[in-house]
Design a protein around this ligand. Sequence first.
Ligand SMILES: Nc1ncnc2c1ncn2[C@@H]1O[C@H](COP(=O)(O)OP(=O)(O)O)[C@@H](O)[C@H]1O
Ligand SMILES: [Mg+2]
Length: 390
Amino acid sequence: MNTEAQLARYQRLIALSRDLASTLDLDILLGRIVDAAAELTAAEAASILLHDSRSGKLRFQAATSFDPRLRGFEVPVDKSVAGWILNTGQPARIANAQSDERHFAQIGQAIGSPTHTLLGVPLRAHHKIIGVLEAINKHQGEFTPDDQEILMTLGAHAAIAIENSRLFQQFDLIAEFVHELRTPLAALQTAAHLLNHPDVNAAKRTQLAVSIQTEIARLAELSTNFLDLARLESGRSQLTLETYNLTALLEECAALIRLDAERQSLSCKVSLPAAPVSLSGDRAKIKQAVLNLLNNAVKYNRPGGSITLELEVEPNIVCITVTDTGIGIPQKYIHQLTNKFFRVPGSEKHAQGTGLGLSIVKRITEAHGGHLEVESREGTGTRFTIHLPR
Ligand SMILES: Nc1ncnc2c1ncn2[C@@H]1O[C@H](COP(=O)(O)OP(=O)(O)O)[C@@H](O)[C@H]1O
Ligand SMILES: [Mg+2]
């Protein structure tokens, strides 16, 4: 490569690195890194694998062309080029991946094109290797030492940007969490203070004990939901892929919610196709999402109302719909529903909640390549639909 072309390439690297440093959303950031890696090395594709130091696992997180369900795909640390890079901290430049004994062939299958040439570098932030950046299939010829140097430099910037984004997200979420803790803690403090008072009568004492239990339940729910969401957001909680029968899963959800519904004199209707519907994804997480919607349909309903759970199957997608005849949601709040900790003003009169349920549902749905839809009319009812690709 001549000097001028090389200079242009380094200028491009600087521009891209600056762009990375200003991106705090982890998903967007990873997308930009792989795009930059493919562009700078003139490769067909690029991918990022991140190392989870707690479980020791190395997993796919992003690629230039990539089925979102592959996120979290595990690559064996002891039998892959990426694992070798992680363990040795050295870059790898491979001219014929198929004949390299370190090559893990399933990667090519996973991203839809077999690997011929490969260039991989460690992502090192603060002396720790957090993952591996790989460029796959150079458009012409083989990857050069120049390509390696430029990818190493990009990798160094990318690793710092990834760490910053993670720290920022954690801090943001924790700050909101601590803020939310203050309400139940203040209520507990007041109740404990009153209990200590000598002239509180027995009836009042019982009432205080009940409100202490309520607030503790709220703290417990808040903590569980918070942890679920923090795991989903940090990319730590990965999808466990399996093929399962969606109608059976929805039957289970309906059975779980029926008791709660009956207790509040709500009727529960279920309309599912007679034949099993097989779907691939994380069964437990989809169940969690559906239960969250059913739970809301019970909580924000009215006496004598109903809840309907339906499944519609189309060639390429399935739609899981939860409809209620409850209080509804004013139009102006619809776009805020999946914001963390958001509750429609006045919701606390109807039911206890954390405002995290729908954020979790949205995350889970999108992690499966789907989307969440809401329709609601104030005073009439609400319908949530989870659309999932088949
Ligand atoms: N089916 C529904 N009907 C009416 N309002 C709802 C419904 N589902 C959710 N909401 C509103 O959206 C808010 C956020 O829901 P969610 O994230 O599940 O939090 P939570 O149920 O813990 O309050 C609720 O507080 C409520 O105001
Ligand atoms: Mg909820």
